[in-house]
Design a protein around this ligand. Structure first.
Ligand code: AMP
Length: 216
C-alpha cells in the first residue's frame, strides 16, 4: 500500500503521516525531512537545495525523485509506505508511478483553509534534534522553547517566516493543487477535512481507511 498525503504546507501532512505510520508500521517518507537532512550534512544535494528551500520554491524534480527512489527501495518500504510532501508536481506523480508501478494507493488530501494554514505555520516550532513539532498556541511545549521529547532547543523553520509562507502557498496553488485532477483520474483521490485538532483529523482518516477495507 502507498498512502500519499497531499495538502498545502501546514495542512498536517507530517503530523498525520506520523500517526498513521505508527498505526500501520509503514515508514513515513518526507522529502522535506530528507532535504533538510541533506542541507544539514552539506551534501551536494543539500547544497543545491538550500537556497530554493529558503525562498519557498520547489527543488528540482530530478533531485527529489532520486531521494524518493532510494528511500522507497529500502527493505522496510516493501510492505507499504507513506509519502509526505511528495509528489508536489504532476511530473513527480508520474515518476513515482513509474518507479513503483501497480502498488495499491490512496492519495489523501488534507483540506484546510488558508487562514488556518498561515496561523499553523507561523506558530510552528520544531526540534532539529529529534524532529518533534510544537505550536506556540495549539501545542505549546511544557517549557517555552524546549523540546518535551528530548530537551533540545526549539526553532522556527526559516521557511515558516510570513513572506516565505506566502510564497510556499503560491507555489502550492500553482504546482501542487493540480495533483487533485491527476489522482481523481486514477481513482485514488480522497479528500479529508483537515481542520481542527490532529486527533479529530486522525479519526476521519481512520474512518476512511475502514471504508476502504484497510482499517488502521
Ligand atoms: P516540507 O517540509 O514538505 O514543507 O518541505 C520543505 C521544502 O522542501 C519545500 O518548501 C520545498 O522547498 C522542498 N521540498 C520538499 N518536498 C519537495 C518536493 N516533493 N519537490 C520539490 N521540493 C520539495
Amino acid at each position: 500500500m502507498r498512502l500519499i498525503f497531499l495538502g498545502a504546507p501546514g495542512s498536517g501532512k507530517g503530523t498525520l503521516g506520523e500517526m498513521v505510520s505508527r498505526a500501520t508500521g509503514f515508514p513515513r517518507v518526507s522529502t522535506g525531512d530528507l532535504l533538510r537532512k541533506a542541507v544539514r550534512e552539506g551534501t551536494p544535494t543539500g547544497r543545491k537545495a538550500e537556497a530554493v528551500m529558503k525562498a519557498g520554491g520547489l527543488v528540482d524534480d530530478a533531485i527529489v525523485t532520486e531521494l524518493v527512489r532510494d528511500r522507497i527501495s529500502a527493505p522496510d518500504c516493501l510492505g507499504g509506505y507513506i509519502l509526505d510532501g511528495y509528489p508536489r508536481t504532476v511530473a513527480q506523480a508520474r515518476a513515482v508511478d513509474a518507479i513503483d508501478t501497480g502498488r495499491p494507493e490512496l492519495a489523501i488530501d488534507l483540506t484546510v483553509g488558508e487562514e488556518s494554514i498561515v496561523e499553523r505555520l507561523c506558530g510552528r516550532r520544531v526540534c532539529p534534534a529529534c524532529g518533534a513539532v510544537f505550536h506556540v498556541n495549539r501545542k505549546p511545549p511544557q517549557a517555552a522553547g524546549v523540546c518535551d521529547a528530548c530537551g533540545g532547543e526549539l526553532i522556527q523553520r526559516s521557511d515558516d517566516a510570513p513572506d516565505t509562507v506566502r510564497e510556499r502557498l503560491r507555489v502550492y496553488r500553482e504546482a501542487t493543487a493540480p495533483l487533485e485532477d491527476y489522482y481523481r483520474a486514477k481513482g485514488t483521490y480522497r479528500a479529508i477535512d483537515g481542520e481542527g485538532y490532529a486527533e479529530d483529523v486522525y479519526a476521519r482518516i481512520a474512518a476512511l481507511m475502514t471504508k476502504e477495507g484497510r482499517p488502521l
